[in-house]
Structure formats: C-alpha cells, structure tokens
Design a protein around this ligand. Sequence first.
Ligand code: ATP
Ligand code: MG
Length: 237
Amino acid sequence: MSTEPILTVRNLRCSIAGQQVVEDVTFEVPATGITAVLGRNGVGKTSTLRGILGLIHRRGDVRLGGERIDGLPPHKVVQRGVGYVPEDREVFASLTVAENLALAERQRNPRREFVAELFPDLVARRDQAAGTLSGGQQQMVSVARALLNDNRLLLVDEPTKGLAPKIVGEVADALAEASRTVPILLVEQNLDVVRRLAKDAIVISAGRVVHVGDAAELLSDDDMTRRLLGVHVEAAA
Ligand SMILES: Nc1ncnc2c1ncn2[C@@H]1O[C@H](COP(=O)(O)OP(=O)(O)OP(=O)(O)O)[C@@H](O)[C@H]1O
Ligand SMILES: [Mg+2]
C-alpha cells in the first residue's frame, strides 16, 4: 500500500533522570493494522512508547500523520489522537468498571456501543470495583478506555503479560477487532500473539532498532529469532 504512515519516528533518544534509555530509534507505523515492537527485557520498548507520548525526556523527530509531535507535552499528544494502554494496565482499583471508563471519555460522542460490543463481560461487571477483576478483565478495561475515543493510533504495552493462556486469546481477539478501526503499535513478548496479530515487526536491542521486517518472516526464522529475541521459536510455538 502506498498510504502515508500514521507515525514516523526518526532518531528518537530518550532519557530518564539523566540516564539515556533509548539510544537511537527510527521506524514507521503503517496507517492500518498492527505493528509489533519486540526485544528482550529492558531494551527500551516501554521507554520508546513513553518517549513518543512525551512522558519522559526525548529528542528526535516524531510525526503523527506528518505533523511533528516531539515538542508537545503528553496531554497535547493525546489530544492529537494517540491512545495509550500502559504496561501493568493501571486501572483505578477502587473505582467501578463504569467509573474507569467514564473517566477516559474525552470527546462529545464516545464510542460506548463499540466498546460494549467488544467487551460484553465489562458491561456485565460495570458496577464491580476494577481492582477485584481478573488480570485479563483489567486489561480489557485498559484497552476499552483507549477505544472510547477516536484515536488515530494506539500504543499498547504488553497487554498479555501475566495472563492465563485462554485469556491471552481473548485479549488478542479484542486487539484484532480494535485494529480494524485504529492502527496499533504493540509491544508484545508472546510470539504466538505477535504471529497472529502483527504484519510488521520492529526489534529493539540496547536502545536501538536492530531489525525491521515482516513479522511472520522473522518468527519463522529460528536463527534470527534466537539471535534477536533470545528465544527458540519452536519452544514458543
Ligand atoms: N524509572 C526508571 N529509572 C531508571 N531507569 C529506568 C526507569 N525505567 C526504565 N529504566 C531503564 O531503562 C531501560 C529500558 O527500560 P524499558 O522499561 O524501556 O525496557 P523494556 O524493553 O520495556 O523492558 P521490559 O521487557 O522489562 O518491559 C532499562 O535499562 C531500565 O532499567
Ligand atoms: Mg516494558
């Protein structure tokens, strides 16, 4: 496809408390579908997402739909249409499901019906305190919050981490469905999920992009997967 990428990241460098955690990251996110960010623990995947959002100090050239966003504070990046589903979900534990969702609404006509259709379980549990939900249900709340608004891009960080295998499938289903309406940049360590959802994969190592290419191709290459991700594909499959 010849459509413009929704996000371009050029020479992104990020630091936390003066320490550089992203060295030099360059990649593009196509305007449709799911693009995966892969890499071993601690290589800078989360920091890359937080740098795009402006949650940590960053330099470089970041464009959303061709417009620079690297000089904007986080709330302005969000207003431009970037939704964030953070690692560890970050729901308000003592608030109900309905309250968690209501607090996320930032436009006149939030997409409540779309979200309700996608997550019937959350509708049934709307009066339950979010802290008493299972990990998978909390993840659904976190994804649902981002889907209530007409975002142009979602940044989703390890949504299946720590979930039971059956729930992993449900979260993946929800992301697949969501990606029909909004492009997603997905940090994901579960390679089965990546194989199922992602078209392209970006691999980060020590704060730099070390590989960009077709996700299925990467994951079918045992040597490359072991070298870049430090895992055996056969063992993971
Ligand atoms: N709050 C912080 N203060 C100092 N260093 C940090 C902080 N958060 C992250 N780092 C460091 O930044 C580097 C990148 O971390 P980051 O969380 O971006 O990696 P990651 O690829 O998301 O890892 P994981 O797979 O564990 O989620 C790591 O070396 C980490 O120790
Ligand atoms: Mg992380």
